[in-house]
Write a protein that binds this ligand. Structure first.
Ligand SMILES: [Ca+2]
Ligand SMILES: [Ca+2]
Length: 508
């Protein structure tokens, strides 16, 4: 029972379907202008190309609501197909039309231009196709995405790590953009600058701010500088590329590196250096094949001016004591690790032979007591804070003994004098020139007043110090402090001095 009903429904559907097809086929197609083609003779539609622009002329177009013009790169396909509707209602006969240059893009490429008539219901009727027209390859005009320019029109020069652009005859554009890239228009060096937003002078000149080149660039890198014209719609048109311009590696400008026999170097410097690195070498002969001996290297930081740039000229100095005889020279170079260059080519100072007069002389007399034949030890040490470590010792004899140190670099020193049974004495000495008459007197142990003996006079002074009645100076206290491992002068020291003075127990 169910099967019979299903068959009936299927049969009914087939009948209805056949009826619908039959009704549709009977509908006439409205063909006002023939078989979707508008008749025309082959010479009626002409398309010519001149000065980079296609011009259409149709001698006897049909009476249509409007005409459409198609532009294609050889066939009706992407990407160049453009539909233009130059005429919306009335158009003149013969129909002439110039295709805006922006609708064609590539020189030498084949184009087809078609004109289509449109009836009042919007239906298209193919009229004509003018095939295989090419833009003249010689043509370069505004709108071809390239702007004509001769090789000598755009010049880009580099000086002092800054590019300067000059374009003799730029087009009338809304604005110009300047691109800077490291050889290719790619990350990370591309920079887009818009020096002129509307009016710009002719010839166009522009200096690329050096800060655009500091983040990644490097001396010696090849750069391209391009200028792009921008029309009122914001479209870019490549104008010119000046290729392969490199920053020169920075050099020390007007360098003067001098080395004096007191170990001081002075440098007149260079542009944009964040620091200078100075190295002192000793060599048997400058430029010899022997490996020079590096004495010391120091980095002298530079600081920027108010405008954020480093000073163009600067003097830097460092000092290094040249104790040993020999030939010395200084290597100096500038560096800017955070900028577009790293290091300059190093330059060398004059060489200088350092003989025995490589420093200053410090001399004087040591006065002491007791044995005239015991050694008197005189020691000269640079203060701990001194940049130049220095330590020298000499031994002399006699109760009035002359000593001398030579080759002493400038600086602050401690002079330490000692002798058997005497209290060591330390004096501060500042050296900035030869220094004579640095005389030191040392006392026997217990001899506070420095007369060479320990008697009741010394005991009384120690007693006054112990009771707080007088204040001995530091060296006097050291002489009086004969007992204990303390720094105190107290009753114990007074008693000990008294034993020596009375001959009961000598201190020495
Ligand atoms: Ca005394
Ligand atoms: Ca003591």
């Amino acid at each position: 029972m169910k099967k019979r009903i299903l068959s009936l429904i299927l049969a009914l559907m087939l009948i209805l379907s056949a009826t619908a097809v039959s009704i549709h086929a009977a509908e006439p197609t409205p063909m006002t202008w023939g078989e979707n083609d508008v008749p025309l003779s082959e010479d009626e539609l002409t398309v010519t190309e001149s000065n980079g622009t296609f011009s259409v002329k149709w001698t006897n177009p049909p009476t249509a609501s409007k005409l459409r013009v198609y532009v294609m790169n050889g066939n009706f396909e992407e990407p160049y197909t453009q539909v233009l509707e130059p005429i919306t209602l009335n158009y003149a006969k013969p129909f002439t039309y110039t295709i805006p240059y922006t609708y064609t893009t590539a020189e030498g490429e084949l184009y087809q231009i078609a004109v289509v008539a449109v009836d009042s219901k919007g239906k298209e009727f193919s009229a004509c196709v003018a095939s295989d027209l090419a833009l003249n390859s010689q043509l370069r005009r505004w709108g071809d995405n390239e702007i004509p320019w001769s090789d000598d029109e755009l010049t880009v020069t580099e000086k002092n790590h800054t590019f300067s652009v000059k374009w003799a005859n730029p087009p009338t554009a809304s604005k110009l953009r300047v691109y800077v890239s490291n050889g290719v228009f790619e990350f990370p060096y591309s920079q887009v600058l818009e020096p002129e937003t509307f009016n710009y002078s002719k010839p166009f000149t522009y200096t690329v701010p050096y800060r655009y080149l500091t983040d990644y660039g490097c001396g010696g890198d090849l750069y391209e500088v391009a200028i792009v014209a921008v029309n009122s719609s914001g479209e870019e048109f490549l104008a010119g590329v000046a290729s392969d311009i490199a920053f020169e590696y920075p050099t020390l400008k007007s360098p003067t590196v001098t080395l004096s026999n007191k170990g001081i170097a002075t440098i007149d410097t260079i542009t944009d250096a964040s620091s200078y690195i100075l190295s002192l070498y000793r060599s048997p002969e400058m430029y010899s094949a022997d490996e020079p001996e590096l004495i010391t290297t120091t980095t002298v930081p530079n600081s920027t001016n108010a405008d954020g740039r480093y000073p163009k000229t600067q003097s830097v100095s460092f000092s290094s004591f040249l104790k040993d005889a020999g030939t010395y020279y200084i290597e100096a170079y500038a560096t800017n690790p955070s900028a577009y260059w790293r290091d300059s080519a190093p330059i060398l100072s004059n060489s200088i032979d350092i003989g025995a007069s490589g420093g200053y002389t410090v001399s004087g007399t040591v006065t002491s007591f007791l044995s005239a034949t015991d050694n008197v030890t005189v020691k000269l040490d640079a203060e701990i804070s001194s940049a130049q470590p220095y330590s020298a010792v000499t031994t002399v004899r006699g109760n009035s003994a002359a000593y001398s140190f030579s080759n002493v670099p400038a600086g602050n020193y401690l002079l330490t004098v000692s002798k058997n049974n005497h209290v060591e004495r330390v004096e501060k000495v500042t050296v900035s020139a030869d220094k004579s008459g640095v005389n030191v007197k040392i006392h026997p142990i217990g001899d506070i007043n420095g007369d060479g003996i320990v008697n009741s006079s010394d005991c009384m002074r120690a007693n006054l110090q112990a009771k707080g009645i007088v204040q001995l100076n530091d060296y006097e206290k050291k002489c009086a402090n004969v007992t204990g491992s303390d720094d105190l002068v107290n009753t114990s020291d007074v008693m000990r001095l008294n034993l020596h003075a009375r001959g009961l127990s000598p201190l020495w």
